[in-house]
Structure formats: structure tokens, C-alpha cells
Design a protein around this ligand. Structure first.
Ligand SMILES: [Zn+2]
Length: 140
């Protein structure tokens, strides 16, 4: 289809969809629309600011912003979890004997330390144990 702006005949995938058009696509290709939008933004900074603000305080704008934030939050959470999971799996073989050896070598000290900290601050120790447990059930 021919772009109304640059006149170049392009694939349909080069055009944004537009249901209000008979063809189902915008008259101008994506590139031209990008350029137009850019130029419009540059020549109408106030209008752009106002319409952006209006969009942000509208119900749709709020919903879309919340949705975006939620998606980002999930993506990040998933990414971090995945990173830990991969790291854990990739290093499980090496980490496990090391951990075990460390534990064996420092058994007495570790036990003493944990008893000591538990005695000094039972609430904190319980919380730490809970966190540790949660983290590890999630990872394994
Ligand atoms: Zn074009």
C-alpha cells in the first residue's frame, strides 16, 4: 500500500492499524507517522504536555499506568527470581559440597553462634529462619 506522506509503496506491516480507516490501516507509514508525531511534539510542546496530563488523569490513563507498573513489577520480580534460580541450579553442584564442608568445619562455631543469637534475640532469629525457609522453598 502506498504511503500518503512519502508516497512509497510499502508492506502492510509498515503501517499502523487503524480501525476507523476503510483499509484498516493508517494512510501514512509508521516511519512517516513517527516523523509527524515528532514534528508535532516539537512544534506544539504545550498541547502535548496538556494532552499527556489529561491522559494521565483520565480513567484510561490511570488504568494503563497502573497496568504498566504492575507488568514491570512482575517482569522484574520474575527476572530476579529466574536469576536466582538459574544461579542456584548452575552452581548447585559446586555450592553444595562447599556449603557442607564449611558447615562441617565450622559446626561448633555455627551452632554456638546460632544459639547465642537466638538467646539474645529470639524474635529476630525466628524471622530470619522464616525468611531463609521461604527463600529456599521458592528456589528449590
Ligand atoms: Zn511514509
Amino acid at each position: 500500500m502506498e504511503c500518503r506522506t512519502c508516497g512509497i509503496d510499502k508492506e502492510l506491516s509498515a503501517f499502523h492499524r487503524n480501525k476507523s480507516k476503510k483499509s484498516g490501516y493508517h494512510d501514512s507509514c509508521k516511519e512517516c507517522r513517527k516523523e509527524e508525531t515528532k514534528q508535532y511534539r516539537e512544534s506544539h510542546p504545550e498541547e502535548v504536555k496538556i494532552s499527556k496530563r489529561n491522559w494521565e488523569i483520565s480513567e484510561n490513563g490511570k488504568a494503563s499506568k497502573a497496568q504498566y507498573r504492575e507488568r514491570k513489577r512482575k517482569e522484574n520480580g520474575e527476572e530476579i527470581r529466574k536469576y536466582h534460580r538459574d544461579y542456584h541450579h548452575a552452581n548447585r553442584e559446586q555450592l553444595l559440597p562447599k556449603k557442607r564442608a564449611y558447615y562441617e568445619n565450622n559446626r561448633e562455631a555455627l551452632i554456638a553462634k546460632s544459639i547465642e543469637s537466638q538467646r539474645r534475640n529470639p524474635q529476630k532469629a525466628r524471622e530470619r529462619a522464616k525468611r531463609f525457609y521461604e527463600r529456599h522453598t521458592e528456589l528449590c
